[in-house]
Every structure is written in C-alpha cells, then in structure tokens.
Design a protein around this ligand. Structure first.
Ligand code: LLP
Length: 455
C-alpha cells in the first residue's frame, strides 16, 4: 500500500463539484483507491487505525479563499465558526489565511489563541456567557461580544466596570425568518432561544447605550445552519437593513454580522445514475459564495459598514471524512447490516438530525449494489449511519469513508459506551500528519475518583 496517489486522478463521480465552480473537495479516486489530495486514505487507515478523521488542508484553504474572494467588494472579515471543527491544525490553517473566528466559549478562545489566532479577530457568541468567560475574553481583547439578552449586556457592563475597561458589543437580532433547514438547527425564529426579538431590539440598544462600560460596535444575526438557498439570507438582510441603518446613525456602529449558515452538498446522485450526478437539484441549486455575494452585496454596499460572516460547515464540512472498518457483515432475512467500528459517539449527525452522509469504499470493486444498513457497535437502535441504502458489497475488514464529516463531526464526539475519541489526520499534498492521537482508553475515566467509602 503506497502512501501517495498517482497523478492520474478520477474524481468521485458525485458530491465533488458544484456546477459553476471547482471541485467541492479534494477526495477523489485514483484508480480504485480513494485519495485525499495526494495520499491514499487506506494507507492512513492502516497506519493510524480506525475510526479515523481525515482532513484536506487544500479543501479548507480553498473554501475559505472562495468566500473571502466573493466578499472582496466590501470591507469584510470571515470568522470561521470554531464549533464546527476546533482541531488545532484546522485552526492553524485558517489563522494563517487571516481568518477571524466565531467562538462560543472561553475554551474556544483558548484554543484559537493556542493555534496562533488573534483574539482581536474573535467574535464571542452564545446565550449563556459566564462571568469568568466574559472576564477572560475582555482581558484578551476580543473583537466583539455578540450579546443575546439584556441581562447579558448588564453582566458584560458590570465585568467591564470592575476591570476598568470598555467592552465592545453587538446585539444579536432575531429577525424571525424561516431558514428552511432542520428544526434542530434553525435559530432565527421566535421559537428559538437566540437573539433579541426584532421588535424589541431598538429599545435594547437605547438602554445599552446608557451603560458606560459598553461600546456598541455592531449588529449581529444568524438564522440557522445548512441553509442551501440564498433566499432566507436575503429575506433576513432585507428585513434588518433599515434597522441597522438607523442603529448605525444613532450609535456609530462599525459592523454588521450576517452570521454563518451556508449549506453544503451532502447528497450524491446515486439514485439518478452516477454519470448524471451534477444534474441533481442538490448540486445545481446549492448556495455558492458567488451566488451569496451576488444577491447580498448590492444590498450591503451602500451601508458603509464592515461585513462579518461566521461560516463553519461551509469551510470545514466537505474538507473531512470519517474512515471506518467493517467488523462484521450480518445478514438477517430482511437486512444486510455492515457493522463498522465507528459509531454515533464518533459522528452523531445521522442519529441526531437524520443527517445524510455519503458512504463510499476506500477501495472500489466492481459489482452490483446491495441495500445495506451501516451501523455502529453502540447499544442503541439509533446507532446507524444509513439504512437500506444501495452500497457496493463490502466484507469484513473493508474500509468505508463517511463523506463530508469535517463539520460537527469530531467536535460532537463523546465517550458513550466508554469508546475512546477517534484519531485525526491532516493531509497536505503528499504529506499526512497525525494531528490528534487516538484517546487512550484509560484516559476516559482518569478524572474519576472512587468515593472514600468505596475505596
Ligand atoms: N454563528 C453562530 C452564532 C452559530 O450559532 C453557528 C452555528 C454558526 C455561526 C456556524 O454555522 P454554520 O456556518 O456552520 O452553519 N451541529 C449541527 C449544526 C449546529 C450549528 C450551531 N451554530 C449540525 O451538525 O448540523
């Protein structure tokens, strides 16, 4: 098994190209082997074991630069959403590209700093910032606190007064628009806990302007995640535009943050035939940086504010895969189960959001597809990656890749069933490096202590 792939590359015949732009990621077949950039993924699986996350540095870079370039017509800052993938090497790639960061905890701020990111380029979001997190972020000099309620503004003001500082703040407006995404990742309607209601926001700014240790720096919104069309963004921007103009005139705001949420292609075109994958609605109609910018920049240009965006999935989603190995093939009368060594604790998206992740073999073999369930070893019926999906025949010891697992994959992993956290590898060209070692099993309970009476 060679580590590097030859130059003769054949792209995955699905899920790898948007119609109007370059390939969506750097995972492709060279002959029968699935490669990440110039590296055979199976060689990585054999070397580092499975379950294994593999990231492409080139995909991360291209996706960031694509967005950055699309927004070139306005003063802007792309703040990568750290929650989508916080591996130190991923953050390093983005920090070196000049990315800002959207953070949601003191821990994420520490991670960004450890990766060489600048606190002054960090936007601190989240509905429940603690006193100590606010204090830490203020001392480090974050770009903005995106506040989500009046009690939070009062708390930030109090902490800033104690530290004899002025805190830069933006308030998150909830524009009450429907993002047309999964209910668990919709955030911009009044059913959600996020932001301040559109009708209340001016009152909140008026009262916040009286708090001496706050500097009103911007307005923020974020309507949801995996939004595949520009429409909901445009609707929200159009609704908020008059408001942000008034707030700018009154309080001298400097920026308007549109939040994150740009969706990616998860679904391939297997059903419509491999040769016609690019004709699927998903691939043709998916949001792209170009479409996003073409519809939104004309609205935003005259505003004269700096534009911030907070993409997570768009940058990291297609840049990572989860590699797993088939432990057993179990044929019941009804089903063909591929029991693999990854589970819902490694990638919870299918169980939690009914999310679709494309599943492909690391080594392609000719032959018919058979309807299969790919399931993990965890003792829950919800522990599956797909059900009744036509997949190439796979046997014990074969490797599979769960595609587009770079966002909300490893970061949402847990130790459920006392399963160690997976290892992570970063690929750049023909090079690969272990960027997180597999968690040693004993470490899982290393913080536990028997009660004195149980010793
Ligand atoms: N900004 C704010 C304020 C957010 O809450 C989020 C995501 C983002 C930016 C980045 O959103 P993105 O560009 O990645 O869509 N675990 C779910 C997604 C949860 C998103 C939470 N907030 C999933 O696996 O689909």
């Amino acid at each position: 098994m060679h580590l590097t792939c030859g130059r003769r590359t054949r792209r995955l015949h699905f899920n790898d190209r948007t119609l109007d732009s370059r390939p969506m990621h750097d995972f492709h077949y060279t002959g029968r082997q699935l490669c990440c950039e110039g590296v055979a993924v199976e060689a990585l699986a054999r070397k580092y074991g499975t379950p294994l996350y593999v990231y492409s540095q080139h995909t991360l870079t291209e996706r960031f630069q694509d967005l950055d370039r699309a927004l070139a017509g306005v003063d802007h800052l792309v703040c990568f959403a750290v929650k989508s993938n916080s591996n130190q090497s991923v953050l390093r790639v983005l920090a070196r590209l000049g990315s800002g960061f959207d953070i949601v905890s003191g821990g994420e701020l520490q991670r960004v700093m450890a990766a060489g990111g600048a606190p002054g380029q960090c936007a601190f979001a989240g509905v429940g910032k603690s006193e100590s997190e606010i204090e830490f972020a203020l001392k480090q000099g974050v770009h903005t606190f995106n506040a989500e309620s009046e009690p939070e503004l009062e708390r930030i003001n109090r902490v800033a007064a104690r530290l004899k500082k002025t805190a830069p703040v933006a308030v998150r407006v909830n524009p009450d628009v429907e993002a047309h995404t999964h209910k668990k990742i919709t955030t911009g309607t009044y059913e959600n806990k996020f932001g301040v209601a559109f009708e209340q926001i001016e009152g909140v700014y008026a009262r916040a302007s009286k708090l001496k240790h706050l500097r009103l720096r911007g307005l923020q919104m974020h309507i949801g995640s995996q939004i595949t069309k520009v429409g909901p963004f445009e609707q929200a921007v159009r609704k908020v535009l008059p408001l942000v103009t008034r707030l700018k005139d009154r309080y001298g705001l400097e920026f308007f943050s549109l939040g994150g949420g740009l969706g990616i292609v998860y679904k391939p075109a297997l059903a419509s035939g491999a040769a016609a994958w690019w004709k699927t609605a998903d691939a043709r109609h998916i949001i792209t940086p170009q479409k996003y910018a073409a519809r939104l920049l004309p609205l935003l240009k005259s505003l004269g504010l700096r534009i911030l965006i907070e993409p997570g999935r768009f940058i990291s989603g297609n840049a990572g895969i989860l590699v797993t190995r088939v432990e057993y093939v179990k044929r019941t009368g009804k089903k063909n189960f591929l029991i693999v060594d990854a589970a819902m604790n490694d990638l919870i998206r299918p169980a939690f959001y009914e999310a679709y992740h494309e599943i492909v073999p690391l080594t392609r073999k000719p032959g018919a597809l058979i309807r299969s369930d790919v399931v993990g070893p965890i003792c829950e019926s919800g522990d599956f990656f797909c059900q009744d999906r036509p997949l190439p025949r796979a046997g014990q010891g074969d490797y599979l890749a769960l595609m587009s697992a770079g966002a909300y994959g490893f970061v949402m992993a847990s130790n459920y069933n006392t399963r160690p956290l997976a290892a992570e590898v970063m690929v750049k060209g023909n090079r690969a490096a272990l960027v997180r070692e597999r968690q040693p099993t004993r470490q899982i309970w290393s913080g536990e202590k028997p009660a004195p009476w149980l010793k």
